[in-house]
Design a protein around this ligand. Structure first.
Ligand code: AFP
Length: 317
């Protein structure tokens, strides 16, 4: 961050580091977020240059790992270890919470490559991170996060972060720096687009089918890519919308994980003025019992989140 000295030129762009500094983020958290952002640059390079095949291994949930899942996880772990600021971390690609240095200030939860099954289709995919103070992750609630961010690898590479002072968007420029694109992104109360995940649940969950019919009858626009990170970014970027992934017979709690996906996005969405619910409570208030924990999620424009919760619970039709 340039000082007030007349010898420091007024910058023509605001870097992620300068923005974090202006937001009076603690030095430790600023360094850690910068380290994570650096990891994301290596991941976006790997996505462009690595063959998109299967790794021949499975993750803790028994899902096939693509090579890029494994590589992205390694890149992030390397940066977390080098930061010396991480007490423990938990990755969607690994079993258990891993303790690094119990005296270090933060714990990090992350999904290294959300939407990795879409790599071969060349759809937008991303990395998702949540940050907690201290070394415990189990027993916490996502509301205790002190920061969350995601990086979206699409035609452009974007980073969207919050440290509890609004939601801000950065673009990776040609010299490899994240520079400010838009500040204080906001999400309106009413939705015009819908993004319905786990849609197979309509076959055995009548209220979800009712909800879908309403969206179609009201001529709301469908915007669904199959990568939560891209679909939620659509809501945050356009400033309105609703994303759902609710339970049915096959996935009673929906498909998405509280710790790595729903928690960080709920933090960002509430910071943007939207809401995130599991159908009854804010996702931010759901206690983390297990890294494997899934939760239904209804997230986006506040009024629409409430309407979906009311319809799914049978309160209204
Ligand atoms: P992958 O990381 O295996 O591609 O899964 C992506 C994801 O977890 C999430 O990003 C999507 O919202 C969800 O799966 C899509 O699932 P359905 O559309 O099948 O419900």
């Amino acid at each position: 961050m340039p000082s007030n000295s007349p010898y420091c030129p007024i910058p023509s762009r605001i870097s992620l580091n300068a923005h974090l500094y202006r937001a009076e983020t603690s030095d430790d958290l600023r360094h850690l977020i910068n380290d994570v952002a650096r990891a994301a640059k290596y991941i976006q390079f790997a996505i462009r240059t690595t063959e998109a095949g299967l790794a021949g291994t499975k993750n803790q949930f028994g899902e096939d790992q693509v090579k890029l899942d494994v590589l992205s996880d390694e890149i992030i772990r390397q940066h977390l270890c080098e930061s010396q600021l991480v007490a423990s971390f938990s990755s969607e690609e690994m079993e258990d919470v891993i303790e690094l240095d119990p005296k270090a200030p933060y714990s990090v939860v992350y999904d290294p490559l959300d939407g990795s099954s879409l790599v071969d289709a060349n759809f937008a995919i991303g990395s998702i991170f949540g940050f907690y103070e201290g070394k415990e992750i189990i027993g916490r609630r996502p509301r205790e996060q002190v920061a969350a961010l995601y990086v979206l690898y699409g035609p452009r590479t974007l980073l969207v972060y919050s440290v509890g002072k609004g939601v801000h968007e950065f673009i990776l420029n040609d010299v490899g720096e994240f520079i400010l694109l838009r500040e204080n992104l906001g999400v309106a109360d009413k939705a015009k687009t819908f993004s319905p995940g786990n849609i197979g649940a309509v076959t055995d969950t009548a209220p979800y089918r009712n909800m879908l019919n309403l969206w179609l009858d009201e001529k709301m626009k469908l915007r669904y890519s199959g990568a939560m990170v891209a679909d939620i970014h659509h809501v945050i970027s356009k400033g309105q919308g609703i994303f759902t992934n609710v339970g049915g017979a096959k996935y009673p709690e929906g498909k998405l994980r509280l710790v790595f996906e729903c928690g960080p996005f709920a933090y960002l969405m509430e910071q943007a003025g939207g809401a995130a619910s599991d159908g009854k409570n804010s996702i931010l208030d759901v206690a983390i019992r297990d890294t494997d924990q899934r939760t239904p999620i209804i997230i986006g424009s506040k009024e629409e989140v409430k309407r979906v919760c009311d319809i799914l619970s049978g309160k209204t039709r």
